[in-house]
Design a protein around this ligand. Structure first.
Ligand code: AMP
Length: 286
């Protein structure tokens, strides 16, 4: 069945209020559309845990920097709504920019230190845009649970911090990364890659896999692991690594030795496209 498409904040709030008054739990999966199986995995999870599932489709201008791909970001609401209908979503919230950013809007949310490193350093202002739109989406769709992908690891840290610091009454659920058969994490931006770039993009998950292998063999020194991970890019000249970070799981704080659950996060540039990926690793039991 086709989901209902709602465009205004008022209508969205009214729908959620009615569902909640009827005793239903509400799940929200925020997306920027151009949906693929990664997004749809969030919808499936929400469907299995909530009575009512709302998916927002909104290309958020404030999380794009100058010179980034806001204008050409892929948009296909009709196809997104069709896919969401197949997966049993109840409502698509697809506001226009003025509905989310009323004329004269100036408020931005600064979540502090977790927003300024790694992705935040490469994309200044990005996480202020993310935090601001997530707060607005939760104001429009006051859900019991909100679903995010681990693919955007630092975003999950930022969103958890936002929810904790602003005392927002929502449970954040983080879902596993969905990958293509060759290991590349699904992303709406993969559509920009040429055939050759797409093939070379495999260096991104390969670098994480090589690090994971060494950790399983007992290597714990991050300098050694980083060198090995970066070596995976030696044969793919069109893929240039930006960072390979080793972070305490759940945080963005770097570690020098692998002594507990660690997130290995990578960003690489393929022409003007950035690919990000990550893997959670644990040292072998002694
Ligand atoms: P986006 O439309 O890129 O803003 O993504 C919307 C949500 O889908 C975010 O929470 C992403 O982390 C999640 N997502 C995107 N790609 C994937 C993927 N390959 N696997 C799991 N979740 C994903």
């Amino acid at each position: 069945m086709s989901p209902t498409v709602v465009n205004t904040v008022g209508a969205m709030r009214q729908f959620v209020a009615e569902r909640r008054r009827a005793g239903a739990t509400v799940g929200l999966a925020p997306t920027m559309g151009a949906l693929h199986e990664g997004h749809l995995s969030l919808v499936d999870r929400a469907r299995s845990e909530c009575d009512t599932v709302v998916v927002s489709v909104f290309v958020n201008p404030t999380q794009f920097g100058p010179g980034e791909d806001y204008a050409r970001y892929p948009r296909d609401l009709a196809n997104d709504a069709r896919l969401l209908g197949e997966r049993g979503a109840d409502v698509v919230f697809a506001p226009d920019v003025d509905a989310m950013y009323p004329p004269g809007d100036e408020t931005r949310i600064d979540v502090g230190s977790v927003a300024n490193v790694w992705e935040g350093e490469q994309r200044p202002g990005h996480f202020a845009g993310v935090a601001t739109v997530v707060a607005k989406l939760l104001a429009a769709v006051p859900a019991d649970r909100a679903y995010f992908g681990r693919k955007d690891y630092q975003q999950t840290v930022v969103v958890r911090r936002l929810v904790r610091d602003l005392l927002l009454p929502v449970e954040i659920v983080v879902c596993p990364i969905v990958r293509d058969t060759d290991g590349l994490a699904l992303s709406s931006r993969n559509a920009y890659l040429s055939v050759e770039e797409r093939q070379q993009g495999i260096a991104v998950p390969r670098s994480l896999e090589s690090v994971e292998r060494l950790i399983a063999e007992g290597e714990a020194d991050v300098a050694t692991l980083r060198a090995a991970g970066l070596a995976a890019f030696a044969d793919t000249p069109s893929v240039e690594p930006e960072y390979l970070a080793f972070l305490t799981d759940g945080e963005v704080r770097p570690v020098e030795t692998i002594s507990g659950p660690t997130v290995v996060a990578v960003a690489a540039r393929v022409g003007s496209i950035r690919l990000i990926d990550n893997l959670r690793v644990t040292p072998p039991a002694r």
